[in-house]
Write a protein that binds this ligand. Structure first.
Ligand SMILES: Cc1cc2nc3c(=O)[nH]c(=O)nc-3n(C[C@H](O)[C@H](O)[C@H](O)COP(=O)(O)OP(=O)(O)OC[C@H]3O[C@@H](n4cnc5c(N)ncnc54)[C@H](O)[C@@H]3O)c2cc1C
Length: 465
């Protein structure tokens, strides 16, 4: 089958245009997992099914805007990339305005600081560090998405834990689950099923139970350690946001940290380390780390602002992707989305945006006259484009870490050499800076950095830098 280039396909998937048509395909669609990926999938499916059921082990109707057990990473810093913000606005028109009215923050211009390898940069590069957009805590953002999705008349949540699939031959016909407060397994019939149960998804086991192969998994051991704390923020601080990226080098340990304003007049402050560099939960140790290992702005916040609550830690052993597109056999009427497909080193802020782009892939698939008696290969081909884009950016950067030992892509040395020069050039040249920012914020596919004209410009500027 003829397919567009990955860059063009990525541009279609990440478009900001809201689909106008509502093509009826199913009586009932079931989404398993009611977090970002599941909620976005439910929004898309509401255009195509009479009834959309979201099975989630946390009771979605009883949740507030706090951290919930099903998403333990919710108390860590969560940045929303501009591409994700664009998808939210696309699927929920007026989302940004609503988020701002509810307390999300846009830091005033000129109040952001960006440090690279300990040096303050006057002109921060585009990318997560410089993104002008809404910032908030993760539970706040998820609660807003949840409110919008649950307000759709044909979407209904069911509190329960999914345990497996229902199948008829090579076609998925529903989900088996245990309802909240019940010990019996119930079957929920469905014409289409989405697995959005996160990075620990057991879909492979559910497939195996029916003698279907499990999706092959690729991992990169990153051994990332996070610690995040909340602080009271003064009404009008000089510095609202500060990001510090220290790359590994002589006398330098790889560390990323940042603080951003969030709703409720607070800052959320992250310090991270790799491997044995592991920030703990102790508040004194956290403060010392801010003072000792990060730029002075971190120490200012940690010593002068009031700590609110506890320090929360999180360890992520690996980045991982499940390559559904490589499966020869797969049931019809089944897809996976979000972290259940791929989860990356969170320092690059790609997870929620990827989940939103997977929803866009689902919309492309369902609007494209799919043959529902066959596996959703066109969907997984689009998802591969999105996963490749995020994976290339995050794993290429992670391979530079001393404790990360592969797997290395073909041509790694040449790619690393070119990436180094592009990065240097981005510090000097607005056009290179802009293009690199488009890629790191998932507004463009990484192949945007490989066009001959761009490469000649970036490499020559980088070589002189
Ligand atoms: C420390 C950390 C920091 C991060 N920072 C960022 C960031 O800055 N920016 C960003 O974009 N992303 C970030 N991420 C990634 C982000 O959290 C995820 O990509 C995002 O939550 C999308 O995930 P998801 O919806 O696929 O899965 P999850 O959010 O993990 O949700 C899975 C859902 O499935 C439910 N579930 C699981 N099993 C079952 C079952 N059997 N039955 C019913 N329900 C079930 C769970 O309760 C949960 O609600 C970070 C992740 C971590 C770990």
């Amino acid at each position: 089958m003829w397919r567009m280039s990955a860059a063009r396909r990525f541009a279609v998937i990440s478009s900001s245009e809201s689909p106008k048509d509502q093509k009826a395909l199913f009586r009932r669609a079931v989404v398993v997992g009611g977090s970002v990926a599941g909620l976005m999938a439910a929004r898309v499916l509401s255009d195509h099914a009479e009834d959309v059921v979201v099975i989630e082990r946390d009771d979605l109707t009883a949740l507030g805007a706090g951290v919930r057990p099903g998403v333990p990473q919710g108390n860590q810093v969560h940045a929303l990339l501009p591409s994700g913000q664009r998808q939210l606005e696309r699927w929920f028109p007026g989302f940004v305005e609503e988020a701002l009215a509810e307390g999300a923050v846009t830091p005033p211009r000129g109040t952001n600081r960006f440090y690279l390898d300990g040096q303050l940069r006057q002109d921060p590069p585009s990318g997560p560090a410089a993104a002008q957009g809404i910032v908030s805590s993760r539970p706040f953002l998820e609660a807003l998405i949840r409110r919008r999705v649950l307000a759709i008349p044909n979407v209904r949540p069911v509190a329960g834990r999914a345990e497996g699939l229902l199948m008829d031959g090579d076609t998925v016909t529903g989900v088996r689950y245990v309802a909240e407060g019940d010990n019996t397994v119930t079957g929920q019939k469905a014409d289409f099923v989405v697995d959005a149960t996160g990075r620990s998804s057991r879909l492979g086991d559910w497939l195996d139970a029916y003698d279907f192969p499990k999706p092959p998994m690729r991992r990169m051991a990153i051994k990332l350690n996070y610690a995040t704390a909340l602080y009271r923020r003064p009404a009008d601080p000089d510095v609202w946001t500060c990001i510090s990226i220290a790359n590994p080098g002589p006398g330098r340990t790889a560390r990323i940290g940042g603080f951003t304003p969030i709703e409720g007049g607070r800052w959320t402050l992250l310090v991270s380390g790799y491997d044995a560099d592991r920030p703990g939960r102790d508040a004194d140790e956290f403060r010392e780390r801010c003072v000792r290992d990060f730029p002075p702005e971190f120490g200012e916040v940690a010593t002068k602002a009031a700590l609110e609550g506890e320090v929360h830690t999180y360890h992520q052993a690996d980045s991982r992707r499940r390559d559904f597109h490589r499966l020869r056999r797969f049931p019809a009427r089944l897809v996976a989305a979000g972290d259940a497909v791929a989860s990356f080193n969170p320092v690059y802020g790609q997870g929620m945006t990827s989940a939103m782009l997977h929803a866009s892939c689902l919309s492309e698939y369902l609007r494209g006259d799919p043959d529902l008696s066959r596996p959703a290969r066109a969907y997984f081909a689009d998802v591969k484009v999105v996963v490749d884009a995020a994976w290339q950016v995050s794993t290429m950067a992670d391979l530079a870490l001393p404790h990360v030992d592969g797997p290395y892509p073909a041509g790694y040395r040449a790619i690393r050499w070119a990436s180094g020069l592009i990065f240097k050039a981005s510090m000097r040249d607005q056009a290179v800076n802009h293009r690199l920012g488009q890629v790191t914020t998932m507004l463009a596919h990484p192949s945007a950095l490989t066009s001959p004209r761009f490469l000649v410009r970036a490499l020559s500027i980088g070589a002189r830098a």
